[in-house]
Design a protein around this ligand. Sequence first.
Ligand SMILES: [Zn+2]
Length: 222
Amino acid sequence: MKLLDYVEVKGIIILKEGLKIGGTKEAVGIGETDNPIIRHPVTRRPYLPGSSIKGKVRSLLEQKYSPSSQKTGKPCDCANCFICSLFGCGNPSRGNEPPRLIFRDAALTDASAKELEESLPGSFAEVKTEIAMDRTKGRTITGSLRPQERIPAGAKFDFSFTMRVFEVDVPKKKEYFGKLAEAFDLIEKDYLGGCGTRGYGQVEFKTPDEKQPVSEYLRHLA
Ligand SMILES: [Zn+2]
C-alpha cells in the first residue's frame, strides 16, 4: 500500500460536565483520592488519553454501522468495512492493513491548566462524593460514600488526530471524513470517560478557534 499523505485535524475539547477517566491507585499522589483520574506522571496534570477518544469514536460508529459488533459487542473484525480500515481490524489474522487513524493524547490547554492550578491547586481535579441509597428505607447505606475525582466542567483540552491517506483511500476519503463527522456529532450526544449515565462526561469538540464544531469542519473535508 502506497502512503500518499497525512491529514491532521486539530481542535479543542470543552467539558460541559465533569469528566472522569480513571487512573491507577498505584499512581496516586499526595492529596488525591484513591479513586483517581488519569494524570501525567510528572506534571500531575490530567489528560485525556488518545486511546479513550479513539475507543469512543470507534464504538459509536460500530453501534451504528457494524452488524457484527452489534451482535457480539466486540470490535468489528470483518476486514472490509470503513471501521476496520480506519481503526484496524479486530482480528489480525483476517486483515492486516494499517489503521488509518492516529489519535493523540489531549493535554489541558495552557489557559485551562493555569485556571485549575489556581482554583484546585495541586490536584487539578474536583472531588465528588457519591452515595448509594437503600431503596426500601429511603436512606443512604452506611459506608457507601465514595469520593470520586473528576476534571471540572469548563476545562479545555487541545486535541488532534491524524488520518494516513494511502493510494487505495483516495476514492473513499469523502466517506471516511463524512463518517468521522457523524461520530463527533454522536459523542456530543453521548459522553466521554466513565459514569456518563449520571452527570459525567458531556463534551464539545470545536475547531481551534472554538467557532465551529469539529464535525462541521470534517464535513468540509469530505
Ligand atoms: Zn469491519
